[in-house]
Write a new protein. Structure first.
Length: 130
């Protein structure tokens, strides 16, 4: 049903699963409300349109879903702020570690310096392995 309205003639057998999750066919008599987005599973019937387009239940559901998806939870905003500075900080620490290992602790052993600097990155964020 592209519109919402009231059954004026006939009997409607509607599948409202898309809106309610109910898989049973719902019978609507004359005077009963019909929700937009339902599927007629029976004979044709007459319906007086009451709501169309943005005024329908389906349009309201879609609008609310869009609003919710566009908003980040507070904890996610905090995590984003931390991540913005955490990654560069860890990379700087890894570079400093590499330089210290290469020039001070294990002079000119590049394999050891790379190994230890990668260890710093992996320990700070194990997801770097993925």
């Amino acid at each position: 049903m592209p519109v919402e309205g009231i059954v004026t003639k006939g009997i409607a057998y509607l599948n409202e699963a898309m809106l309610t999750g109910e898989s049973n066919i719902i019978e609507k008599q004359i005077g009963d409300e019909v929700i937009g987005g339902t599927v007629n599973m029976g004979e044709p019937f007459y319906c007086q349109a009451k709501k169309v387009g943005a005024d329908t239940v389906l349009a309201n559901i879609l609008q609310k879903v869009d609003e919710i998806q566009s908003q980040k939870p507070r904890i996610q905003r905090i995590a984003d702020q931390i991540a913005k500075w955490f990654t560069p900080f860890i990379l700087i620490i890894a570079i400093i570690t590499f330089l210290c290992q290469y020039f001070v602790f294990h002079p000119y052993d590049i394999a050891k310096a790379i190994d230890i600097s990668i260890t710093v990155i992996v320990i700070s964020c194990p997801c770097a392995l993925v």
